[in-house]
Design a protein around this ligand. Sequence first.
Ligand code: C5P
Length: 230
Amino acid sequence: MKTQLLIPAAGMGLRLGCEGPKALIDLAGKSMLVRTLERLAPLGLLCDAVIMTPPHWNGVFADTLSLAFPDVPMSIAQGGAQRQDSVRLGLALLDPETEIVVIHDAARPFVALDSVQASIEAAEACGAATVAIPSVDTVLHADANDYLIDTPDRRFLWLCQTPQTFRVAVIRAAHAHAARDGYTGTDDATLVRRTGAPVRLVTGSPTNIKITTPADLAWAAYLIRQGHDG
Ligand code: C5P
């Protein structure tokens, strides 16, 4: 099935304390976005990838990508205010013949290729899949005043990662459903589940971190030194 990569990379690095787009932050000599794409390159997913960028940064992203991947055609387009908006706008740019879309955060440069592949196979089989890892911690559900409400059974709790991989028709329907409801989520698999459709969980790896805070940058530098890059 024709498979396309969609990379939400339109976030600004506010929680990292940087002025510009988070995807362009330097990780040991390369931007986070370039590291993430290099990571995915062996799967043959870079050609025709759709990259969502913050407003006014299109040119800088285009220069960065044409330098790093001179012969690889990609689409670079402006994202939206929330991640969900960026993904919805990106879905509209997929090739008409694309059947599977792999949505992967620019902020996760250490994803394991076998989990990406497993997510594609699961999406082909059941329509929707997300990479995730079983929670090793007990997770507390609290109220707005920091009082414990309840403690869900840890055996059934997973921590969400990306990629999240879908049949295109399934994820487009889920975004349309969320837009009708005025629902905003922090991932795409949840939008599919809200429609009642199944979502398969595929086991990821603890090193597939989302770089969010300055502490994550130190962790990323360590992983690169250990040879976890590309
Ligand atoms: O902010 P957070 O790290 O959770 O964002 C996850 C991913 O979504 C990042 O790769 C970020 O660039 C992207 N994003 C986006 N559009 C937004 C906000 C975040 O594409 N408006």
